[in-house]
Design a protein around this ligand. Structure first.
Ligand code: FE
Ligand code: FE
Length: 174
C-alpha cells in the first residue's frame, strides 16, 4: 500500500494495532500464569478480557471503513512479548520476577498507548467521530491498566522484591 494519504496511514496503523492486540491475546494468559502475586495475575486476567474487546472495537472501526483488519505483523509487539517471555523463563525470587513481569507489561501498555493515541487523533482529523470515540475508549483502558500496574508495583511487588533482595544479600554475607 502506497502511503500517500493520512487515511492510508490511519488504516496501516490500525492494522498494526489489530495484529498487536491479537498477539497480546495469546501472551496475556502466559503472563498471568507466570505471575506469582494474585493481584498481578488478576490484573492480567482482567486485561485479557479488555483485550478481547479491543480487538472487537478495531473490527468495528474496520467494518465502517470497509477494510479488512488483517495483513500486518506488529514486529514491535513481537519483540516486546519475546523480551517479556525471557523473564518468564528465568529462575529467581518470585517478587523480583513479578517486578520484571510488570516492567514488560508496562512496556506493552506504553506501546499501545502511543498507537491508540495516534489513530484516535487521525480519526478525529479525518472526521470519523464514531471511530475516534471507540479508539479513545480503548486508549483509556490501556492507560488504566498501566496505572494499575504502577500501583501494584509501588504498593506491593517492588517493595517486596527489594526486601527479598536485601535478605538474600544479607544471607549470602555480601
Ligand atoms: Fe489493548
Ligand atoms: Fe493493553
Amino acid at each position: 500500500m502506497k502511503l500517500d494519504s493520512l487515511q492510508k496511514l490511519y488504516i496501516d496503523e490500525l492494522r498494526d494495532l489489530y495484529n498487536a492486540e491479537n498477539q497480546l491475546l495469546k501472551a496475556l494468559p502466559k503472563m498471568a500464569k507466570g505471575a506469582s502475586s494474585e493481584e498481578l495475575k488478576n490484573a492480567f486476567e482482567k486485561h485479557l478480557g479488555q483485550t478481547e474487546t479491543h480487538v472487537e472495537r478495531l473490527e468495528q472501526v474496520f467494518a465502517e471503513l470497509n477494510q479488512t483488519p488483517k495483513g500486518k505483523t506488529c514486529r514491535a509487539m513481537k519483540g516486546l512479548i519475546e523480551e517479556g517471555s525471557e523473564i518468564l523463563k528465568e529462575d529467581g525470587e518470585k517478587s523480583v520476577l513479578d517486578a520484571g513481569i510488570i516492567v514488560a507489561a508496562q512496556k506493552v501498555e506504553h506501546y499501545e498507548i502511543a498507537g491508540y493515541g495516534s489513530v484516535r487523533t487521525f480519526a478525529k482529523l479525518l472526521g470519523q467521530d464514531k471511530a475516534a470515540e471507540l479508539l479513545q475508549t480503548t486508549l483509556d483502558e490501556e492507560s488504566e491498566t498501566n496505572e494499575l500496574l504502577n500501583q501494584l508495583a509501588e504498593t506491593g511487588v517492588n517493595p517486596e522484591a527489594l526486601m527479598e533482595t536485601e535478605l538474600a544479600t544479607t544471607g549470602s554475607g555480601r
